[in-house]
Design a protein around this ligand. Structure first.
Ligand SMILES: [Zn+2]
Ligand SMILES: [Zn+2]
Length: 350
């Protein structure tokens, strides 16, 4: 066991404080990671505020982890001390169910082990990336290629794979028209990745406030969803719509933007239920779908793809101070970040 400094939330919705947690001893196939940066995902906020299921407190959030290997267990073959590595939203899965065997561990039928606010299969609570070190099995550790700085790599481990996986699965590429709904932490990476895949990319955002950024990141078109004209002029246009917005939407209006066989995929999860009419699907053989992060193999593929195309997140780096993280949470809730906060956890004292 080793003790590591953390930024933690002692009770639901409490302010952050500095504290420590115990990390397990480095096992046969474990790597000990010196964390450099940890991204702030909107889901960190939901969990720290107990807005989803009953959380485990104290909580150390963080599942967008980038750092370097400090120590390896004797059986580790994939990584060596000094390697640049990342950890995403889960740190283990059953490895035996059909989904795990297919490399889709994020859909593990036994339930994958979340990086924080969960329990290992042996019952020990998991604590995430807002900390100086973490111990993870090598099979659930990703390699971060040279060519992506660790600060801009961190958000790829959740926001990057969350958008890459549906773009890949639904065949975004040359000749395909793709819309990304929302220009936030997820959406801005969706734009970069879809453009690098060769698709013709349109951002559908509430307003045109971020149009300049959207085009700079690779969007060919940018349209405001607050303008009714948008839904008329773009009717029947897209092969794929990736919806990154975590708010209920007028789903039928968005489905009307899909061409024959088009699909709308939700990666943002609103608190309330969406409604839609089956006519919106049947009329043009459209699909309405959802997608959750990605498996280990696909996450590595995404990191390699991003390195090859020079893609990282647009980040604002934060000092690892409780008050700074509290304020950043408020800004994320108010959509006041371009486009992802990452915490410089290496600078955490202790
Ligand atoms: Zn996340
Ligand atoms: Zn499984």
């Amino acid at each position: 066991m080793s003790t590591t400094a953390t930024l933690s939330v002692p009770t639901p919705s409490a302010a952050f404080e500095t504290s420590t947690v115990e990390r397990r001893a480095v096992g046969e196939h474990d790597v000990l990671i010196d964390i450099a940066y940890s991204g702030i995902c909107h889901s960190d906020i939901h969990q720290a505020r107990n807005e989803w299921a009953e959380g485990i407190f104290p909580m150390v959030p963080g599942h967008e982890i980038a750092g370097t290997v400090a120590e390896v267990g004797p059986g580790v073959t994939k990584y060596a001390v000094g390697d640049r590595v990342g950890v995403g939203c889960f740190v283990d899965s059953c490895r035996e169910c059909e989904n795990c065997r297919a490399g889709e561990e994020q859909y593990c039928l036994k339930g994958e082990v979340p990086t924080y606010n969960g329990k290992d299969y042996d019952g020990v609570e998991t604590y995430g990336g807002y900390s100086k070190q973490i111990v993870v099995h090598e099979d659930y550790t990703l390699g971060i290629p040279e060519g992506i700085e660790l600060d801009v790599a961190a958000p790829l481990l959740c926001a990057g794979i969350t958008t890459y996986s549906p773009l890949h699965h639904w065949g975004a590429g040359p000749g395909k028209k793709v819309a990304i709904v929302g220009m936030g932490g997820l959406g801005h990476l969706g734009v970069k990745i879809a453009a690098a895949m060769g698709a013709e990319v349109t951002v559908l955002s509430q307003s045109l406030k971020k149009e300049e950024d959207g085009r700079r990141l690779g969007a060919d078109h940018y349209a405001a969803t607050s303008d009714p004209e948008t839904f008329e002029s773009l009717a029947g246009t897209f092969d794929l719509i990736v919806n990154t917005v975590a708010a209920t939407l007028p789903v039928d209006k968005y489905l009307s933007l899909l061409r024959l066989d088009g699909a709308m995929v939700n990666v943002g999860i609103p608190a309330d239920a969406d409604t839609y009419h089956a006519f919106s699907l049947a009329g043009m053989r459209r699909s309405l779908a959802g997608s959750k992060i990605g498996g280990i193999r696909e996450t590595q593929e995404m990191l390699d793809f991003c390195a090859e195309h020079g893609i990282g997140a647009e980040v604002e780096v934060l000092a690892p101070e409780p008050a700074v993280i509290d304020e950043a949470y408020e800004r994320v809730v108010g959509s006041d970040v371009r486009y992802r906060f990452v915490i410089d956890v290496a600078a955490l004292e202790g």
